[in-house]
Design a protein around this ligand. Structure first.
Ligand code: ZN
Length: 115
């Protein structure tokens, strides 16, 4: 259920931006979501569609991109994603690593029409 709060957050940001830019209809919202957030983009889209009925967001599409957490090697300074990670630094083989958990949630941009 925590998607509901974040959806309200997105809705308010987008609505405000749309009003500031004299937009008549918002077509698409692009989100960037950290892989440690554990929000389900489909649920956010569903909530948004219900929330935005009869507003300028009516029928809006949501496109979410996942931002991957990075692992930092404390020895050589290399940064890599968790995908490339198998317990050791791929560059120098060190196990002295730090995981930077990505919990970002960003409204990246908004596509809208002004007719
Ligand atoms: Zn390293």
């Amino acid at each position: 259920m925590h998607e509901l709060a974040v959806t309200e957050y997105v809705y308010n940001i987008v609505k405000k931006q749309a009003e500031l830019n004299n937009v008549n209809k918002v077509e698409k919202i692009n989100l960037l979501i950290g892989d440690q957030c554990d929000y389900v983009p489909e649920i956010i889209e569903e909530y948004l569609q219900v929330m935005s009925e009869d507003s300028l967001l009516d029928g809006v599409k949501v496109c979410a991109k996942i931002k991957e957490s990075k692992v930092l090697c404390k020895d050589c300074g290399a940064q890599f994603t968790r995908h490339e990670f198998d317990g050791k630094c791929p560059k120098c083989g060190s196990e002295n690593l730090k995981l930077n958990r990505c919990t970002d949630f960003i409204v990246d941009n908004i596509e809208a029409s002004q007719e």
